[in-house]
Design a protein around this ligand. Structure first.
Ligand code: G6P
Length: 613
């Protein structure tokens, strides 16, 4: 979703801002803009479309200023057009700002400002905020920082903002509540961004602004942080772990493909220091102090959105089967609005790649108020969810740039598997032999995925046959059912083919009506407890002339006879099948999207990090 950048220092701001905006493109956006301070003047350029459209528009205009802000906008209030694009400027042209979030009381504020003579150009909530700051500054004659502070006390909602003014040309003012903002500390220069990706090539020292804090960055006096209630805060500088190479495509055509191929390495990184099958142990350092509490939990509630919610569904099988603790899986957006029963001995686990998803964050805050213990399974180090939870574990997948989640999902699954194993072992709900087998199965995953990726050419061939499908059905049973949901989500989000995931046995209660010779049905039919039941389900598909693409265990013969195509995965315990079966589904959706000439890494209307509810 919206991305913010800012720069103040001795270098030309424009190329830094543009590069920063390109780094944030992965978040999803529909327009972009920059504002530069130059010789006491404010130059604002904004354009619907991509960052490239913005640079073409700016062309030979003056861009030599050393202070500037930039924005990629994902439309919420008002159409994606040039006028609604950020930065937004006050009526007298003396203040401009970029904003990520939603000002919920914008309508009331706007009406009051109109009464006081303000006129508005855009349909956005953001323009109201900049007029409010101008109004306060004019009326009370205070500094820009103070006007921002007073204004923020009047707004409800979420904001990360960066503000500049030609009247105070050596300053940048930034603030945040609920939407993220990171400040990079260079030598006599400062970088601001929605996440660390635009910053890492310049400095590794960063300050994550906390909610309701305002950063006042002055060319002379450096960084000062105050709260919106005007209390001094001492900045806490942290070091970034991110490497610049992780943000490049590294020879792959798309980030998504790179990230699919990175999974053996990412899973290996998730295991590091946490799992040793030879020595027979698994231990998650981040939750060690909370293990007793989890083991004694009355219930585990897992909250998440999107692909992370699918990981939660698999985790329900893991925790209930291995640790015998009841689990409830909730969409964060629903959970937060339905007055759920949360008790003090409940453990709430939030799963989030970005660690910034607004609904997940809000649901966590509600659970905290009701006394639950909060744990986070998060990928982005230092993100808000990792900071608001009592404890947690990072997935260590590395930056995920493709909007469609791949390596973040499979590392979430391995982390949740490790957690369930460790808690089950502690509770004595897993027999020693099974515990050891499952440790071995987990540890073998990177190698098995390497092997599986070797079938990519064949998977591409199969994908070619179904690239023009209009609908697709994905089926699975048990812990593979969430993988059917994930397979369907992957296909629809990047190739725009309508797809549905269903428990294989449920198909006859509805989707079977859709099956004909044009309907591809992707099914997980690996050896295991439900194998024969799934075989019966796929016979039902075949009897209605559906096209069957089955993921089977290596050497399978029974499904091979029925299916149109089979994709083999290495023989494995059912426990790790969801992780392995995910890979062919990722590759199928990737290839189909490429063949349909879709924008694989930045699918239309989608955002990587959904920072509004
Ligand atoms: C967006 C992304 C998905 C992601 C979901 C939850 O919809 O496009 O890929 O699964 O948000 O995000 P999170 O960062 O909380 O995992």
């Amino acid at each position: 979703m919206c991305g913010i950048v800012g720069y103040i220092g001795s270098k030309r701001a424009y190329p830094i801002l543009i590069k920063g905006l390109s780094r944030l493109e992965y978040r999803g956006y529909d327009s972009a803009g920059v504002a530069l301070l130059e010789d006491g003047k404010l130059n604002v350029f904004k354009r619907q479309g991509k960052v490239l459209d913005l640079t073409n528009f700016v062309a030979d205009n003056p861009t030599s200023g050393t202070v500037g802000i930039g924005h990629t906008r994902w439309a919420t209030h008002g159409l994606p057009n040039d006028i609604n694009a950020h930065p937004h400027t006050s009526g007298d042209g003396s203040i401009t700002l970029v904003h990520n979030g939603i000002i919920e009381n914008y309508d009331i504020l706007k009406k009051e400002l109109i009464k006081r003579g303000h006129t508005f150009k855009s349909e956005t909530d953001t323009e109201v905020l900049v007029h409010l700051i101008e109004d306060i500054k004019e009326k009370s004659g205070v500094s820009l920082a103070e006007a921002v502070r007073i204004a923020l006390n009047e707004v409800h909602g979420a904001y990360a903002i960066v503000v500049i003014s030609p009247e105070e040309p050596n300053k940048i003012i930034a603030a945040k509540k609920s939407s993220p903002l990171v400040i990079g500390m260079g030598e006599d220069e400062y970088y601001l961004a929605s996440d660390a990706t635009p910053i890492v090539e310049y400095t590794k020292n960063v300050v994550y602004l906390e909610d309701e804090q305002i950063a006042i960055i002055d060319r002379e006096n450096g960084l000062r942080i105050i709260s919106i209630s005007n209390k001094e805060v001492s900045p806490y500088v942290q070091e970034l772990e991110m490497q610049l190479e992780e943000l490049e495509k590294g020879g792959y055509e798309h980030f998504m493909l790179k990230e699919i191929y990175e999974q053996p390495r990412a899973i290996h990184d998730s295991f590091r220091g946490r799992l040793n099958a030879k020595e027979g142990w698994v231990s998650l350092g981040g939750i060690k102090d909370y293990e007793d509490q989890i083991a004694k939990a009355n219930r585990i509630i897992i909250i998440a959105c999107g692909t992370s919610w699918h990981a939660a569904l698999v985790a329900e099988y893991y925790f209930e089967d291995l640790a015998r603790i009841p689990v409830e899986v909730e969409y964060a957006s629903e959970f937060r609005y339905r007055n759920p029963i949360i008790r003090k001995d409940d453990v709430v686990i939030a799963i989030s790649q970005s660690g910034e998803t607004a609904d997940t964050l809000a649901a966590l805050k509600m659970a905290k108020e009701r006394g639950a213990t909060l744990l986070g399974i998060v990928n982005v180090v230092g993100s808000t969810i990792s900071r608001v939870t009592d404890a947690g574990s990072y997935t260590h997948a590395g930056p995920e740039i493709g909007v469609a989640s791949t390596k973040a999902f499979t590392t979430q699954l391995v982390l949740l598997a490790m957690m369930a194993l460790s808690i089950g072992h502690k509770r004595g709900t897993i027999e020693d032999e099974k515990f050891q087998t499952l440790l071995d199965e987990l540890e073998a995953l990177p190698e098995k995925i390497e092997k599986l990726l070797k079938s990519d050419d064949y998977i591409r061939e199969v994908s070619t046959i179904y690239k023009d499908a209009q609908n697709a059905l994905y089926l699975g049973r048990g812990s593979s059912f969430p993988i059917a949901l994930e397979g369907a989500l992957k296909l629809k989000e990047i190739s725009y083919i309508h797809a549905e995931g269903y428990p294989a046995a449920e198909m006859k209660h509805g989707p079977i009506a859709l099956i004909d010779e044009n309907m591809p049905v992707f099914v997980i039919a690996t050896h295991g407890e439900n194998y024969e039941k799934v075989v019966s389900n796929i016979q039902e598909v075949k009897a209605r002339k559906g096209k069957l693409i089955a993921i089977v265990s290596k050497g399978d013969t029974m499904v091979r006879e029925i299916a149109d195509h089979v994709i083999e995965i290495p023989i494995s315990d059912e426990f790790v099948v969801p992780i392995l079966a995910t890979i062919p589904f990722q590759l199928i959706s990737y290839h189909i999207a490429v063949m349909r000439e879709c924008n694989v890494d930045q699918p239309r209307n989608l955002a990587k990090s959904v920072t509004v509810e």
